[in-house]
Design a protein around this ligand. Structure first.
Ligand code: GLN
Length: 533
């Protein structure tokens, strides 16, 4: 329905007024680790700098607000219950009966207060729908907190107004009932964000105000827009932020939104620009949410490069079935650049490796991300003669484990799983494509993987063909970035990290920008060739 985007948009507008804002998402489900939720069902796992594997809404927070989030910005019922049960086992509640009220509600309030210590405004999103059994403790915690601090809490409700095309009427009943349910939790919404697909007539907004006890100036239309980045502008135009600022008695500092507006304009109205087609050769077919940050990073780069980017999702498992080499390679003729994204397990691996071989030979710009880098290394190893080269993830007994598991790796970060998680520094060699893109010797990107390049197997054969290792994690000399010499390929680069998580509309990721620029050059070169013919 758009709670996450609404919170993020309000957060961005408040941050533009020089307020320190921090979001938190309370998710009523019982999982304690979003890292093991299926991306096909729940969307991508968003990875934070501190290595926390979280919900994709946190990605929206980072991208729209421009803040940096961590495990402190997401909390599920599961994590709260787990903490309390552990405390109880350690003897913290000696003799007491441990209950939802007050123990769970106090824990929720404690989390809010902790975030409030270093920030001006804490933006709280309660996941699910008001009235869900699971979200009850969160509503109750907010009620208690608001009762003690009435002027410091604003309760907002995001609810749909339905347009029923058959009778050409808006229906406000679902919204009214959501308000009533909220009232039955002891909470009166003070701001209504009415989600609708088209403009709501003023008299309907009047009616909503009269029936819900929310003053008319706090009943806002929140209409569908082409891009989520437009939502802050919509809220700004409707003065949602002014209302919040006034309610909290905060200073109405000036706000500059022009630069942002220009960028969003470019993002939304790119239809007249040259278009480049980027293939994403991955595992999921419901790709939009499973690769959300990746898709965003591609579009951010498109805005910066002044092109319209079209994404073509290519299913690695499907193309793997094509036995005829020519027919296989033809798939890549229509794209101007290829990304092989991160992933786990062996599904579609051979399709990815073969795809990389095609774009290497056809000199189509290529960016490999995490698993994409590992596949690129396997492909190159096979090309230079290590025919059965593989990753130990897919063939534990491979004769040439050019990608392997290093035990003890997980100790680099205190985490219970055996994954290398979170932000790590990478030292970039001067005189490399990577250095030209990042324009820095030391960079930091986020990681989420178990396997590493086995550089003991990378020798003269590789280097003679133009393979280069141009980024390393110095502490343990791990391979971070590989590329091909520019006289061998115009743009062939891969990273063990996930640069997509740090890309912003206002600051695109250098590797993505490089890919789009290279794709644009390829497209123009092709056009010139056609004209010459
Ligand atoms: N499966 C690979 C690994 O664990 C790559 C992971 C990824 O792409 N995030 O190393």
């Amino acid at each position: 329905i758009g709670k996450g985007i609404s919170i993020a948009s309000i957060g961005y507008l408040l941050s533009l007024r020089s307020l320190k804002v921090i979001p938190i998402k309370f998710d009523p489900y019982l999982n304690t680790n979003a890292g093991i939720l299926a991306p096909r069902e729940h969307g991508e796992v968003f990875l934070c700098n501190d290595g926390s594997e979280t919900d994709l809404d946190l990605g929206h927070y980072e991208r729209i607000i421009g803040c940096q989030v961590s495990k402190n910005n997401i909390c599920t019922s599961g994590t709260i219950y787990k903490e309390i049960i552990e405390e109880q086992e350690e003897g913290k509640y000696l003799g007491e009966t441990v209950q939802i009220i007050p123990h769970v509600t106090n824990k929720i309030i404690e989390k809010l207060k902790n975030l409030g210590k270093d920030n001006d405004v804490v933006l709280v999103e309660i996941g699910g729908t008001v009235g869900d059994i699971e979200s009850g403790p969160f509503m109750e915690a907010i009620r208690q907190f608001k009762r003690k601090n009435p002027d410091d809490v604003i309760v907002a409700l995001c609810a749909p107004i339905l347009w029923v095309p058959t009778i050409k009427e808006f229906k406000t009943k679902p919204l009214q009932q959501a308000v009533q349910t909220m009232q039955s939790c002891g909470l009166q919404p003070e701001v209504l964000l009415c989600r609708a697909e088209k403009e709501i007539p003023s008299k309907i907004l009047d009616k909503i105000s009269a029936l819900t006890n929310v003053p008319k100036d706090a009943v806002f239309e929140a209409l569908d827009v082409k891009s989520i980045y437009q939502v802050p502008i919509e809220f700004y135009n409707r003065h949602v932020d002014d209302l919040i600022i006034d309610k909290f008695h905060l200073p109405r500092n000036g706000l500059r939104i022009h630069k942002y507006k220009d960028l969003v304009e470019k993002y939304v109205n790119c239809d007249d620009l040259t278009s480049v087609k980027i293939g994403i050769l991955g595992k999921y077919d419901n790709c939009d949410e499973a690769y959300l940050s990746l898709k965003e990073a591609v579009f951010h780069a498109g805005v910066a490069a002044n092109v319209k980017v079209e994404i073509e999702w290519i299913s690695a498992q499907e193309i793997e079935q094509i036995k005829d080499h020519k027919a296989f390679c033809k798939i890549f003729d229509s794209i101007d650049g290829l990304i092989v994204p991160g992933g786990f397990d062996s599904k579609g691996i051979e399709g990815k490796i073969k795809g990389i071989s095609c774009v290497r030979n056809k000199k189509i710009p290529f960016l490999g991300i995490c698993l994409g880098l590992q596949c690129a290394v396997i492909e190159f190893a096979r090309y230079v003669g290590l025919e059965t080269a593989n990753s130990q993830e897919f063939d534990p007994d491979t004769k040439y484990p050019v990608v392997h598991f290093i035990a003890g790796q997980e100790k680099l970060k205190k985490k219970s799983s055996n994954m290398r998680l979170g932000a790590f520094d990478c030292d970039i060699s001067k005189d490399s494509l990577a250095f030209d893109l990042y324009k820095k010797k030391t960079i930091s990107e986020r990681h989420r993987h178990r396997y590493e390049v086995n550089d003991l197997l990378i020798d003269e054969k590789f280097y003679k063909e133009g393979f280069r290792i141009t980024g390393r994690y110095l502490e343990s000399n791990l391979v971070e970035i590989i590329e091909l010499d520019r006289d061998k390929h115009p743009y062939f680069i891969a990273t063990q990290a996930h640069p997509e998580f740090k890309s912003r509309l206002t600051a695109p990721s250098p590797l993505f920008l490089g890919l789009i620029e290279a794709a644009k050059n390829k497209k123009f070169a092709n056009k010139e060739e056609e004209i010459d013919k």
